[in-house]
Design a protein around this ligand. Structure first.
Ligand code: AMP
Length: 295
């Protein structure tokens, strides 16, 4: 597996299928690589733990770094190369300048308005938009593959690309390809941070996927013709999710049902609910481990 750590040599991958990651790869990431192979594009995987998307109190320093194992997994999944840049390659003007530049970025509405990750991690999406734009600029992919696991991030990147296209028709931003969340057999969404979970916490962590399942059932059953209005059924689904999470003593950052595109609350009490129109999203903490999931 070729590992590229500078911009020299990247030109060979222009037009590739691109899978940006922070490493500590698992089946969720490998499935993104396989999607790219199925689309007939050579997959380039980036591995970069981006300092500008972590707040000072977050886990940047202890984020798992497992490059050798990642390289083996990438090879098996069909990647052609890994781009593992240094901080200097990504931010040649230095970190202080990069942090300042992140702060001054104009972010898509979905990165600042819904009060989900944006409320819990106020500087996070600035860093995400900064690093993804820089990776696109360096790698020049034709398509970029993102997991629905980080649903707000997927919406943020999609909006960022759409807005660049609308202001600059010659812009070379890639097409964004959403990929479904990969789960363990018991329903837990795969995450690089799952390795922080103690064995006895795993059962409690499953309450996220159970809560989403509960919301799904309520939204399906209670929106049948002649039953409750939209806001009422959403309130029921949110309450059922909170009950499930609280029963297992998780600390809830949010457990909500939102418009699937804007991620803002549905306010029209009688909005006709169509399949795919809503997203249930959860962020909850189990001690020091913060988990997110959605459906
Ligand atoms: P990360 O390395 O965690 O920043 O994630 C890199 C990419 O992998 C992002 O597009 C994530 O949404 C995606 N991803 C992470 N976990 C999963 C999963 N369980 N299923 C599908 N995609 C995932």
């Amino acid at each position: 597996m070729e590992i590229v750590d500078s911009t020299i040599g990247l030109a060979a991958f222009k037009g590739c299928g691109f899978v940006p990651t922070m490493g500590a790869l698992h089946e969720g990431h490998f499935e993104l690589i396989r999607s790219c192979v199925r689309d007939g594009l050579p997959p380039l995987v980036s591995i970069f733990v981006n300092p500008t998307q972590f707040a000072p109190h977050e886990d940047f320093n202890r984020y798992p770094r497992t490059l050798e194992a990642d390289a083996r997994g990438c090879q098996e999944a069909g990647a052609v190369a890994i781009f593992a840049p240094t901080v200097e390659v990504m931010y040649p003007r230095g970190m202080a300048r990069a942090q300042e530049e992140a702060k001054s970025l104009h972010l898509p509405t979905v990165a600042v308005k819904p009060r989900l990750e944006d409320a819990c991690r106020p500087t996070h999406f600035a860093g995400v938009c900064q690093v993804v734009a820089r990776l696109f600029e360096l790698c020049r992919p034709q398509r970029a593959y993102f997991g629905e696991k980080d649903y707000q991030q997927l919406r943020v990147i999609t909006q960022m690309v759409e807005s660049s296209r609308s202001t600059d028709t010659t812009c070379s931003m890639p097409q964004i390809v959403p990929c479904p969340t990969v789960r363990d057999a018991d329903g837990l969404a795969l995450s690089s941070r799952n390795r922080y979970l103690q064995p006895h916490d795993r059962e409690r962590a499953l309450s996220l996927s159970r809560a989403l399942q509960r919301a799904r059932e309520i939204l399906r059953d209670d929106t049948a013709p002649g039953t409750l209005g939209a806001t009422e059924v959403i309130a029921r689904a949110e309450s059922a999710m909170r009950d499930e999470l609280e029963r297992h003593q998780l600390q809830i950052d949010y457990a909500v049902v939102r418009d699937a595109n804007s991620l803002e609350p549905v306010t029209d009490a009688h909005a006709p609910l169509q399949p795919g129109m809503l997203r249930a999203l959860i962020a909850a903490r189990l001690g020091a481990v913060r988990l997110i999931d959605n459906a």
